[in-house]
Ligand binder design. Sequence first.
Ligand SMILES: [Zn+2]
Length: 296
Amino acid sequence: LLIAVDVGGTKVAIASYENTLTLLKVLRTPKEPSELLDLLEMELSELEPSEVSIATMGPIDMKRGVIFNNPHLKVPDFGLGKELTERLGVPVYMVNDCSAGAWAEAKVRDEENLVYVGFGTGVGVGVVVDGHLLLGKDGNAHEFGHVKIALEEDLPCGCGGTGHVESFLGGSNLRNFAESLGFRVKGGAEFFKLVKENATVFNKFKKVLRAFLASLANAYDPETIVLGGGVYFKNKEVFEKALEGFEKDKDIIVRPPRVEPSIYDDLSPLYGAALLAKDKPSYWIEKLVYLVDKGG
Ligand SMILES: [Zn+2]
């Protein structure tokens, strides 16, 4: 039995996959990294999987099977794939959650060039170019949420940098974004209420969002930019309004892509993790060196 898992900063989702995906459980992500490992070991061993594929928050080191430098985890190096492979005695694959999302959306749309953007606590990106999932030296070739778009504004990002796309659009940074424009909001819901009511805030939101998507279009030349993630789905109409006429933006130098919501809603990363485990593209599976190099 193939089990797919989506490990995020707030939620852990577990599904089985046999021709189709069946969502089994959604749990709260424990605060302590060791508790997260124990929880996954317990939940997964009960299911007696033959293989497990994890879509995870990043950044990741696919070779070592770890998440590193993650602002939500209290340890610099977290051996999610490596540890679980040892504990469960079956292969536990790892892929960035938005890369998995991109793979799922490219497959279901039968497209070779696609960018997936997940708007959640942070801003994640996954990229498929010429049918090939972009991975990079460790598995982070797509970290476009941390592109610096503001040189003068010192808005902090969860990663420790400033002026990144995520500094503005990341769910946990919306408060700071509003404050930089002279407004106080408690969280995401209040922020998007403000975006709807206030032209200054709306225009700034629109400007950042469009600059981000235009840059993605120019960098990867996709047929489609797929939008997903909890923050997006909760505020879909605001995003749509801000993106009206986007294809005519002067900042786009390539043939403009379509911009569409994800077909699998917030299950794209789970689908992608499962489909990658099914397809096992060689360039992906060969990167997971920890699977064969268990002794270290
Ligand atoms: Zn950042």
